[in-house]
Design a protein around this ligand. Structure first.
Ligand code: HT7
Ligand code: ZN
Length: 874
């Protein structure tokens, strides 16, 4: 019911050439006067229909004349107006209630009513909560926005575009006007008003435009904005160099808020950030969070071209901007930091978040064919898998070819609302190649499986690699067209050297790495002049988002783990080997994987010259969620215990003395510097301490307590606190208390205090969460706080959440009902934690089903939550 389908797309019958907004701002009531210059498509004969969600209409006039009630109809969602012509001007005046808006969509209040500030969130369909408008991304208009407000209560007035005057009004009020010369869709509109502090920087673009960069935050946060400013400047320079893209307004505003449904929003000229994705300082921000801030700042900035200058025709094309922008951010972050580590991080995220989504009832193509609530489609599939598809296209074209294609895409579609076909056409035409086979990737859900089998023939000195693709749960390859799957590969000798690759029939100079594209159901590739049985390193750098099934022996994986020069594939070999070791433990089979994994890692730990951060990641087996993906009847508690046992075996093989020694050596360099080697040392130090805690809990507890006390920054402090809590160390309670006192006034640090406790594994987690819910600082009204307690529990604590008595499921269902009444978007996102319940072992499966059925039967669920609950159930 209420489904919107891609195949029903029609161009708008009415467009809006210019929008004049006059907004009179107040906390309890704000009034929006909108003047729209309308353009009618002569080929269509539809009445003027505008979106407007729950608006209080105060007056309406067409071409200067007030309309009588008989000339328009408003049902609370759509306004239909009689008598409009091409060139008509429609004027509406509506009243909004920002302080009562708990959904954080449209115009709302951030913070307390006495001191908080007003802001807007319009993507995807928030503009219709602000004024009447054809609220769809293919209606591009030029905006002039005038804000009026009391000067004392709202000293800062901001909207997207260039400033175009400001002044005083009677009664202590003031005004400010902004003109945006770039036509934009309504979802990119934004305003901010209130008490905010600012830091600024002058920037000159590569094409010579002087730009003022301004980051705004509340007084207690402004000192934490400097890192974001540096990151913004790096991102702007990078986009000029990597893509030739310059910023295009005279000012670029960024604003931090603690009340936000997502990470950040790329509103034209006025980006708005969840504070957790913008604020950073050593005392309260971890290394991972620093990198995240840099990535999100860059992501939102990159949208200025991939999303804003070239926008989406409709929301089915969402990945056109999001997949592309994630890819652009990934390339930027790889350039700014360690490229292999970034790739590991991104693929780990894909496996943790997107693979399970793609394997269950919430699976959908990167370009969905239909939706009920668009906010439910800001998913890992659209973002992360979408980025992987762009990566494959970029790989297929090569560096220069991709740049050529992107130049063509931006030039041809600038100022337009485009489709994925437009994207592939521009990339393909700029390179005289047909990329349309890749469209199949956008149309089908599910993670393809790539089967690889190698056969060596000593007589002919050939190595034949046979690759085949299939989709789990899809019976025949005929049911779907084969996908083009680029497989980057290398062949290794048993000594770990790379072989030159002579692909049969190919004339180009042999290299040691090559990409073959599997574009049939099955295909063989013959490599000649191969002297010994090689070990293939496949899908290097994760060249396609597939699940690789290859009959490696443990020794072969150990060889790659020890020698592969591709940092990502070295890690990947270790992950595969660890998963096999886990299965040996689970099934009590006398396999050799466990030994091979431990031995290979011990060699690296003891002798190898290897980056500390990569080593830390190599020493970490796949997470519980990834391991669960390999099971058919999931028992999360058993998975947790087995993974602990696996790590204990690794720790024992490395040895307590070696771990202690390495820890001490790393601890000798404690600082809060953000250079790669300082971050890497902290990462390995944490891993060494975690492994030591499995062998010598008391000794590790002492070290952790000392680390906690002496920690100069949050990375070391939080790591120590986590080790103390997980080891149930006697020093844990005092550290927890200290943390709470030390960071009492810092909401983001407090979020971590909730999260670290919510993630403690095992049965007692539920009671702990209930207790924390009673903490005075907990509230369902703040999405970050909800995420830090309930989100961390249901998403990152499988052994705590999935109880056999179903209490975790009931808790989630109950909280979802309460949360839904406040904020449907956040409730719907949290509800996706029920995804995958069908694959739980029978006891938990039944308990989960019962909780979801009861939730589904609840009257008055929002469309957001109802869509997720119904999908998950069916
Ligand atoms: N494009 C932004 C998406 C977003 C959003 C979507 C729905 C509801 C609230 C939202 N806030 C931000 C974020 C991005 O991908 O850049
Ligand atoms: Zn985005």
């Amino acid at each position: 019911q209420g489904l919107i389908r891609l195949r029903d797309y029609r161009a708008p019958a009415w467009r809006v050439e210019t929008v004049d907004l006059d907004v009179d701002l107040g906390i309890d009531a704000s009034e929006v006067l909108a003047r729209l210059l309308l353009r009618r498509d002569p080929a269509q004969d539809a009445p003027l229909r505008l979106d407007g969600e729950g608006l209080q209409l105060l007056s309406i006039a067409l071409d200067g004349r007030q309309l009588p009630a008989s000339a328009y109809r408003y049902d609370g969602s759509v306004l239909e107006v009689d008598g409009a012509r091409d060139g008509s001007v429609l004027e509406t005046l509506v009243r909004l209630r920002p302080a009562a808006n708990t959904a954080l969509e449209g115009l709302y209040l951030s913070g307390p009513r006495e001191s908080g500030f007003l802001l807007t969130q319009c993507e995807a369909e928030g503009f219709r909560h602000i004024t009447f408008f054809p609220d769809r991304p293919d209606v591009l208009s030029r905006y002039t926005v005038t804000l009026r407000a009391d000067r004392t209560r709202f000293p800062v007035l901001l909207a997207g575009g260039n400033p175009d005057g400001a002044g005083e009004l009677d009664g202590g009020r003031h005004w400010a006007r902004f003109v945006d010369p770039h036509p934009k869709p309504s979802y990119l509109f934004a305003l901010v008003a209130g008490h905010l502090e600012v830091i600024g920087r002058d920037y000159v673009t590569a094409d010579g435009r002087a730009v003022q960069l301004k980051i705004w935050a509340e007084a207690d946060a402004i000192d934490r904005c400097h890192y974001a400013m540096d990151a913004l400047e790096r991102a702007m320079r990078w986009d000029e160099q990597a893509y030739g893209r310059n910023y295009d307004l005279d000012v670029f505003h960024v604003v931090a808020t603690h009340d936000f449904n997502m990470g950040a929003m790329e509103n034209k000229g006025l980006n708005i950030f969840n504070a957790k994705c913008l604020l950073a300082e050593p005392d309260s921000t971890t290394d991972d969070e620093y990198r995240h801030v840099e990535a999100v700042v860059a992501h939102e900035y990159f949208h200025n071209w991939s999303g804003n200058r070239v926008t989406c025709r409709d929301w089915f094309q969402l990945s056109l901007k999001e997949g592309l922008t994630v890819f652009r951010e990934q390339s930027f972050s790889a350039d700014m930091n360690s490229a292999p580590l970034k790739r590991i991080e991104d693929v780990a995220l894909l496996r943790r978040a997107q693979f399970p989504e793609d394997a269950g009832p919430l699976a959908h193509p990167v370009r969905p064919a239909q939706y009920s609530e668009i906010n439910n489609f800001y998913t890992a599939t659209v973002y992360e898998k979408g980025a992987e598809l762009v990566r494959m296209l970029a790989g297929a074209l090569g560096r220069d070819g991709f740049r050529r294609g992107m130049d063509r895409y931006f030039a041809r579609n600038d100022g337009r609302a485009a489709t994925l076909e437009d994207f592939l056409a521009a990339l393909g035409e700029a390179n005289d190649t047909d990329l349309t086979p890749y469209l199949a990737w956008y149309a089908q859900a599910g993670t393809p499986r790539l089967k690889a089998h190698g056969r060596y023939d000593a007589a002919t000195r050939t190595y034949t690699l046979t690759l085949a693709q299939h989709m789990a749960g899809v019976a025949t390859a005929e049911a779907r067209p084969p996908l083009p799957i680029p497989v980057k590969l290398a062949l290794f000798t048993p000594h770990g050297d790379m072989l030159p690759l002579h692909l049969d029939g190919q004339t180009s100079k042999p290299a040691t790495e090559q990409v073959v594209v599997l574009d049939r159901a099955e295909q063989s590739f013959v490599f000649t002049n191969i002297a010994t049985v090689p070990v293939p390193s496949l899908l290097r750098g994760f060249s396609a988002p597939v699940i690789l099934e290859c009959d490696y022996t443990p020794d072969e994986l150990a060889l790659l783990l020890g020698h592969d020069a591709d940092g990502f594939n070295r890690w990947e070999a270790g992950q595969q080997l660890a998963a096999r070791a886990y299965e040996d433990l689970r099934d009590s089979t006398a396999g050799t994987a466990l030994q091979a994994w431990c031995d290979a890692l011990a060699r690296l730990f003891d002798h190898a010259v290897i980056d500390d951060a990569l080593l830390a990641d190599l020493l970490t087996p796949p997470g519980e969620i990834e391991l669960a993906e390999r099971e058919t009847a999931i028992d999360p508690q058993r998975i947790h215990h087995l993974r602990q046992a696996l790590q204990q075996r690794l720790a024992a093989r490395l040895g307590a003395a070696a771990l202690r020694q390495r820890y001490a050596a790393l601890a000798a360099h404690t600082n809060t510097e953000l250079d790669a080697s300082s971050q890497a040392r902290r990462r390995l130090k944490r891993r060494a301490l975690e492994l030591l805690a499995l062998l010598d809990p008391a000794g590790a507890g002492e070290l952790a307590a000392a680390q906690y006390r002496a920690a100069p920054g949050m990375t070391d402090r939080l790591a120590a606190l986590s080790v103390l809590l997980r080891g149930d160390a006697p020093q844990a309670a005092a550290a927890l208390r200290d943390y709470r006192e030390r960071h009492a006034g810092n909401a983001l640090a407090l979020d971590k205090w909730f999260a670290v406790q919510a993630q403690l594994p095992g049965e007692p987690a539920l009671e702990r969460v209930r207790l924390l819910e009673r903490d005075a600082a907990f509230t369902l009204k703040n999405p970050n706080r909800v995420q830090s307690l309930l989100g961390a529990f249901v998403r990152n604590n499988p052994s705590g959440f999935h109880r056999t008595d179903g209490a975790g499921y009931r808790l989630l269902a109950e909280r979802l009902v309460a949360l839904d009444a406040l904020n449907p978007q956040v409730a719907a996102r949290l509800a996706t934690a029920f995804n995958g319940w069908q694959r739980l072992e029978p006891l938990r499966r039944e308990a989960a089903r019962a909780a979801i059925v009861e939730l589904a039967g609840h009257h008055g669920l929002s469309r957001n939550l109802a869509e997720i609950v119904d999908s998950v159930l069916n």
